[in-house]
Design a protein around this ligand. Structure first.
Ligand SMILES: [Zn+2]
Length: 197
């Protein structure tokens, strides 16, 4: 018998993101936080300390990568513009509930189709055909929702949203900076050290 002990480690931390606005060249900085999880296995409980360490190392490595690769949608505090990577993120996440509702409808269609087939075969033809109709509706509705969301997301222009809304987000999340190095020194921040909490 193979037995093992599984270690899970959850870490959270953040970093400062430095941005030079693509529209007006204003330099600004915002703080971004993320969470990551890691896992380590100890076979036959022989290496519990090692597994715990591996879980932590993996979580920290994933966190570091995520912090480097991702962005938050924080508009420029001067002109309110979202940057390219932020707009891509906002479009990706735009009305995501429609996508997941579509997936759910298709999944429900598969279930009702299977049940309908069983009932039809078992001579409950009326129920079987009824569920068949539900299946078709689930598929059509689900696919329709996914395609429709895609269209809406493609047409969504984050920088066409009200300027005061964008400036309000910027006011809360960002700080104008003339010189990043000077700003870091003034804040007594070591940019190489992650923000842990
Ligand atoms: Zn700007």
């Amino acid at each position: 018998m193979i037995v093992w002990n599984e270690y899970n480690c959850q870490v959270s931390g953040g970093t400062y993101k430095f941005v030079e606005c693509e529209d007006c060249k204003q330099k600004y900085v915002y703080r971004m936080m993320r969470e990551a999880a890691g896992q380590g296995n100890s076979l036959y409980f022989l290496d519990n300390a090692g597994a715990e360490r591996r879980a932590k190392n993996q979580a920290e490595a994933i966190l570091k990568k995520t912090l480097a690769a991702e962005c938050d949608a924080v508009p420029c505090p001067k002109c309110g513009a979202y940057q390219q990577d932020m707009m891509a993120k906002l479009c990706r996440e735009y009305r995501l509930w429609m996508f997941w509702t579509g997936v759910f409808a298709i999944f429900a269609g598969v279930l009702s189709g299977s049940l309908g087939f069983i009932l039809f075969e078992a001579d409950s033809r009326g129920w079987g055909l009824g569920l068949g109709v539900v299946t078709l509706l689930g598929f059509a509705g689900g696919i329709g929702l996914i395609v429709w969301r895609r269209k809406l997301a493609d047409a969504f222009e984050p920088n066409d949203t009200p300027l005061e809304d964008r400036l309000a987000i910027a006011a809360v999340r960002s700080t104008k900076v003339n010189n990043f190095e000077k700003w870091l020194k003034e804040q007594e921040i070591d940019a190489d050290q992650p923000i842990m909490n």
